[in-house]
Design a binder for this molecule. Structure first.
Ligand code: NA7
Length: 541
């Protein structure tokens, strides 16, 4: 009997289905169970971890410091877990999530290696019918999409890619065994965060590495190091206070109350140099107007371009690596180790695709408009169909059979990022319209899950069966998210925040730039105000 046969006749019923077992799905399961709700989690991977399960490429690590990139809901958990580095590597974050799954006994409600294929709303029963690729069918009052913002890996439509004779890997779907680059001519397409982490390590072992760069990015040095006991105690001795501040600001960065031109050139340079020496994305918070004022932003961008010239010996290569087409930070800022220095190695070649675009992938390598580059191993560090991709690859249908794909054809529309009108009782964690990828994801996840679980609890207490966003509230929220984004420099870059990396995707700035503190307050006020902007309906008798 195959798994398909075994499960095709099961028709289960739970209070909530959760899609995904990463940070969001695990926490949602834990909180729902604590309140006495039954839940079933479906996870495509063989284990927990979400993005940290799939992203195993060399150098994969988080760019938020490890003492902050962790759950805050359990004092015991945050006290007992020991992070070993300032920025945790993927393997350690995955171990942490496995520890969480074991410690809170979460695995028994998770179906692994199971992908949700369809999620259909039944108006008569007011239930969601969920089907999986194993043929399992389950119905639930609530559906919680914990599908991740950067989880639908994107393979670009490069002509001939299927003819390539060597090995191909995507950074977002990396093998679970070591990939050996020794003696191989490796090509990597893309220079986003993933590539920037992988390039220095691949270059160390490959016979040759050719980097195919379309858009240069700003890379701030990570200055990663072992986490010493003093740093650990700094956090652990006062975790509650640090966490509560992080809930307001997203991540515990050193923000500035000065604008870039409040100080003279020398003081500005000193501030940038200090933050550059400390490492990490704190650099972009050197002045409060870096994301708001192009002239202020230029001062930070000039500083980074000067550091690129310092690091890279060949001036032509340094110039090719220097971003000039978008303000600093408007494509997600990258944090790396020895990234620019790697281009001094004799076995590394930078190919600027702005000068010589890729025409095709051939069996032997990459053909640009200038020449063919012989490649044995091709790494696609080409990113994701961000924020909406994982949702839209499921067949999600709400009231009157309307598909989410139709509803979002001109860009995602929802209220508070949490619910989209016409899809009652379907919640989205850290999706478009919420701060999500602009803040520490774990903080954003905890805020969303806490709000959603409290909402489900409130419905039960009041004898209500459904909650749905009202179209008016949704329109107003979409307008607000858009207006806030346009007060910043963010829309000036062709970024995945805007869907610009996916041909044909609607160009809408997706995350909410208003900050997690402000957003949290809005969500809390809505709940306190009898779920203003939502429509609640009584349970079926
Ligand atoms: P990103 O940041 O989306 O980077 C993808 C890179 O791949 C980027 O440099 C793209 O260039 C490049 N790309 C994509 N398609 C192509 C084609 N067709 N030809 C050439 N180059 C291409 O993904 P990452 O995985 O690095 O990082 C994702 C997030 O994960 C990151 O922001 C962190 O939050 C963690 P482009 O810039 O579009 O010109």
């Amino acid at each position: 009997m195959t798994d398909k046969d075994k499960s095709s006749d099961t028709a289960l019923r739970v209070d909530a289905v959760i899609v995904g077992a990463g940070f969001a799905g695990l926490y949602a399961l834990h909180q729902l169970r604590r309140r006495g709700f039954s839940a079933r989690v479906f996870e495509a991977g063989r284990g927990v971890g979400g993005v940290w399960y799939w992203n195993r490429y060399p150098g994969a690590r988080c760019d938020v410091e490890s003492m902050q990139y962790s759950y805050s809901f359990s004092d015991e958990l945050q006290e007992e877990w020991r992070w070993t580095e300032r920025f945790a590597p993927q393997s350690e974050i995955l171990s942490y999530l496995n520890h969480v799954a074991d410690r809170f006994d979460l695995r028994r409600d998770i179906a692994f290696e199971t992908r949700v294929t369809s999620v259909h709303y039944d108006e008569d029963t007011r239930l969601w019918n969920v089907r999986t690729d194993l043929g399992e069918s389950i119905s639930a009052q609530f559906c919680i999409m914990a599908t991740g913002s950067l989880s639908a890996a994107r393979v670009p439509d490069l002509p001939g890619i299927e003819t390539f004779a060597g090995d191909t890997y995507h950074t977002g779907d990396w093998p679970h065994s070591d990939v050996d680059f020794a003696g191989r001519r490796v090509g990597i397409i893309g220079t986003g965060s993933s590539a920037i982490q992988a390039i220095p390590l691949v270059a160390k072992t490959a016979a040759h590495l050719t980097v195919f760069q379309r858009t240069p990015n700003f890379v701030i040095p990570a200055r990663n190091q072992a986490l010493d006991a003093v740093a650990e105690r700094f956090w652990k001795d006062d975790y509650p206070a640090h966490r509560s501040r992080a809930r307001e600001i997203g991540t515990f960065y050193e923000f500035s109350d000065k604008a870039a031109f409040d100080v003279d050139e020398e003081e500005r340079a000193q501030e940038y140099a200090r933050r550059w020496a400390e490492g990490g994305v704190n650099f972009v918070h050197a002045f409060k107007d870096i994301y708001l004022d192009k002239a202020a932003n230029d001062t930070a961008a000039d500083f980074v371009r000067a550091r690129i010239r310092d690091a890279v010996r060949d001036p032509a290569v340094a110039e090719a690596l220097s971003p000039r087409d978008h303000p600093l930070g408007t494509k997600r800022i990258c944090v790396g180790s020895d990234y620019y220095e790697t281009f001094n190695r004799p076995n590394v070649t930078l190919v600027s695709l702005r000068n010589e675009p890729i025409e095709a992938i051939t069996p032997a390598g990459v053909q640009t408009s200038a020449r063919e580059y012989a490649i044995d191993t091709l790494i696609l560090a080409t990113g994701y169909d961000a924020m909406t991709g994982a949702l839209l690859r499921m067949d999600i249908r709400g009231r009157d059979g309307q598909t989410l794909r139709e509803k979002w054809s001109a860009g995602p529309r929802n209220y508070l990022g949490l619910m989209t009108s016409g899809f009652p009782n379907l919640f989205i964690i850290t999706g478009p319209g919420s701060p999500s990828v602009l803040v520490n994801m774990v903080i954003a996840i905890e805020q969303h899950v806490d709000w959603i679980v409290a909402c489900i609890d409130a419905l039960r207490d009041r004898g209500m069966s459904t909650i749905d966003a009202s179209p008016d509230a949704e329109d107003a929220w979409v307008g607000h998210v858009n207006a806030e984004a346009h007060l910043t420099l963010f829309p000036q870059a062709n970024s995945w925040y805007l869907g610009a990396n996916i041909p044909g995707k609607a160009r809408v700035f997706m995350p909410y730039v208003g900050g997690i503190g402000r957003y949290r307050k809005i969500c809390d006020e809505v709940a306190a105000n009898d779920y203003k902007g939502f429509r609640l309906s009584l349970a079926l008798s």
